[in-house]
Write a new protein. Structure first.
Length: 307
């Protein structure tokens, strides 16, 4: 509870929380600049290829990577850290506001944005995040069968994350991984398996949400962005949840419904193909509560000063 002497400071802090999204006021590992992105494609000369699916949320493409799209839809914007480098969009000035049509059918509802500094900032932040978290100690796991992970069994790091580690990930379509945790838990799973296969469903219980679960593919060279794990997500249409971060490895998701985020891509092509849907979380309703509370605190602070 804010002391009356600090009403103005508390109100301003809440307004700042609102401006960056409610989750960033409480999340321990989510970089603020990355919050709007469903997909981030690593800085490289390669491609992020998207077909036969829907991405809900913005797509960030690091220079000089190309974005290609066909038979697919983006509910959001395609944003480039450098010049616009894309294939498959037609209609309207590029860069500029959408909607755009997509080769083979589909749309991009928003705009294409060139020289967006937030894309570079988000990529740099997530690259650093992966390296930092990957160096932490974690509770050992083997992810090869149906199981439940309790957040409380992870090693608590200095910023409040519950950290796990695994060198073996081979989840089949017949498996379900359940992560149980409260709304105040943040779970990091550091993955050092060279070829992790997240092909089963992932379910969250107990109040923990998508942006509170990070699967961090750790390894490789964080300067050249090479040599990291090769990530595959192929759930045969089942829902999976969480943030998947792989800065230094190849990434592919196909025939899957990811309620989360897909960040990274190595200096290889990043594949979002064959019926892959990615839906990024939206700000929680608590943002509106923060807005009202922040505005009220500022109002009463000004009123108190006037008298």
């Amino acid at each position: 509870m804010c002391n009356p002497l600090y009403l103005r400071r508390c109100g301003a802090a809440l307004i700042v929380c609102l401006s960056v999204g409610a989750s960033s006021c409480f999340a321990t590992f989510m970089p603020v600049d990355a919050q709007s992105f469903a997909v981030l494609g690593q800085f490289s000369n390669n491609q992020t290829n998207f077909n036969n699916g829907t991405i809900t949320g913005d797509i960030g493409i690091g220079a000089t990577r190309q974005f290609t799209i066909s038979n697919a839809s983006v509910v959001g914007n395609v944003r480039f850290s450098g010049t616009v480098n894309q294939s498959g969009l037609s209609g309207g000035a590029i860069p500029g506001p959408g909607p755009y049509t997509v080769s083979g059918g589909g749309t991009v509802s928003g705009g294409t944005v060139a020289n967006d500094p937030v894309v570079a900032s988000a990529l740099n932040a997530t690259n650093s995040l992966s390296q930092t978290l990957g160096g932490e100690a974690g509770t050992a796991l083997t992810l090869t069968s149906t199981q439940t992970i309790n957040a409380s069994s992870g090693i608590l790091d200095g910023t409040g994350n519950r950290v796990f580690m695994t060198s073996s990930v081979n989840l089949s379509n017949a498996t379900t991984l359940t992560i149980n945790g409260s709304a105040s838990d943040y779970v990091v799973v550091n993955v050092t398996d060279n070829n992790p296969a997240f092909n089963g469903a992932i379910v969250l219980t107990g109040g923990i949400t998508t942006d509170q679960v990070l699967f961090n593919m750790f390894g490789g060279n964080y300067t050249t962005h090479t040599g990291g794990p090769t990530l595959t997500i192929s759930t045969n249409g089942a829902i999976t949840r969480g943030i998947f971060l792989d800065p230094n490895g190849a990434m592919q998701i196909n025939h899957s419904d990811l309620r989360g985020r897909f960040w990274g891509g190595d200096v290889q092509n990043q594949q979002i193909v064959s019926g892959a849907n990615i839906t990024a979380p939206v700000p929680e309703p608590s943002a509106f509560i923060l807005a009202g509370l922040g505005a009220s605190l500022l109002y009463w602070a000004r009123r108190k000063k006037a008298y």
